[in-house]
Design a protein around this ligand. Structure first.
Ligand code: KG4
Ligand code: ZN
Length: 335
């Protein structure tokens, strides 16, 4: 069965076609460049841009997959969490398309989409696994017991880790969103140059906190002369990244040990981070655990992961009603 996925929860317009919940036939992602000059996503501009691009991106996804809409067996779209205007554009388009073509429709939780990116890529992963979902909006540690069965064992008390990357990148003059650029710059820096705080790392439980780290970096940089800042930029980026990533790695590995979970999956935009991946690979006990992550294009927001989650959700619960509305603060277990 072919599933068409539509994703418009933030500033990426994306459409994808996947086969049997497993094979990606096309996955078109258009990132809206307009927000760069404002230093963050402007919701109203994002909605307007989605309205302009959702139909061409949908057509391109069908064309690249080499199919027509009458071959599609399921339409899946993100219903939340995300920005309400952008969500409504993709959701309304998808519902209309499904209705007009008599195709079942399924609403998808964006976080479950990130989680499902690993299903596309790693069919051999155990049903019971630990998923670390790290993005611009989320920092979640989830014990998964098969698709749809979640126990959120840890989350951030304040900022998401991707948000911290973006804010630090902005302070360093890298524009928005700067996580990927910061990652690149950090590769030429010394991660031991300055020790930034590892919030909550030694505390029990699996909670995270990122607003203190962001403030510590801002205060530190604020005291430097322009010349010193320019000279130390790569080292500071690497030092921040090391602190941000180490808490994620330590807590995830600890949770996997304490809960006796073999497989660990990384998901979300920050799962593309090179140091997160390398530190996990360095510290994990390979005799006890297996580590999985999706390719970079399935880490950041994309419709293939939405189609995958939609496919599994539909098999489990059947179609969603066409009156399904956007839910900006939808949580992982609220489906
Ligand atoms: O999953 P995603 O595309 O959108 C949300 O659902 O939030 O994640 C975007 C986030 C942004 O904060 C971006 O800066 C961050 O992921 N990101 C990275 C990297 N690539 C994307 N952060 C650190 N290192 C990267 N390589
Ligand atoms: Zn996302």
């Amino acid at each position: 069965m072919l599933t068409l996925g539509i994703e418009t929860s933030c500033d990426e317009t994306s459409a994808a076609v996947i086969k049997d919940g497993a094979e990606v036939l096309s996955n078109i992602v258009l990132s809206q460049a307009i927000h760069g000059r404002f230093g963050g996503v402007v919701p109203e501009l994002a909605s307007r841009a989605h309205i302009k691009t959702v139909v061409p991106i949908y057509r391109q996804a069908l064309e690249e997959a080499g199919v027509t809409i009458d071959r599609v067996g399921l339409v899946a779209a993100t219903m939340g969490p995300g920005l309400v205007g952008p969500l409504l554009v993709g959701l309304t388009f998808a519902k209309g398309l499904a209705f007009a073509n008599s195709i079942p429709f399924v609403a998808v939780n964006h976080i479950e989409g990130h989680l499902a990116a690993n299903y596309l890529e790693h069919p051999d992963m155990e049903k019971r696994h630990l998923s670390l979902i790290v993005s611009g909006g989320h920092t979640l540690l989830v014990e998964v017991d098969g698709f749809g069965s979640y126990d959120v064992i840890g989350q951030t008390k304040d900022d998401a880790v991707g948000e911290a990357f973006d804010k630090v990148a902005k302070i360093m003059g890298m524009g928005y969103p700067g996580g990927e650029k910061l990652d690149k710059l950090a590769q030429s820096g010394n991660a031991r140059f300055h020790r930034f705080p590892r919030a909550m790392m030694k505390e029990e439980g699996y909670q995270f906190s990122y607003s203190g780290l962001k403030t510590a970096v801002a205060l530190h940089i604020g005291k430097l002369s322009e010349g010193d800042f320019e000279r130390q930029k790569a080292d500071l980026a690497a030092s921040f990244q090391e602190a941000a990533v180490e808490v994620l790695v330590e807590k995830t590995i600890r949770a996997a040990g304490e809960r006796n979970i073999r497989d660990i999956a990384l998901a979300g935009g920050v799962a593309a981070n090179s140091r997160l991946r390398s530190m996990f690979a360095e510290r994990i006990d390979k005799n006890r655990h297996r580590l999985f992550w999706p390719p970079v294009e399935l880490c950041t927001d994309n419709a293939a992961m939405i189609a995958a989650a939609g496919y599994y959700r539909y098999r489990q619960d059947g179609p969603s009603e066409l009156i399904t509305n956007a839910v900006p603060y939808l949580r992982l277990s609220e489906m």
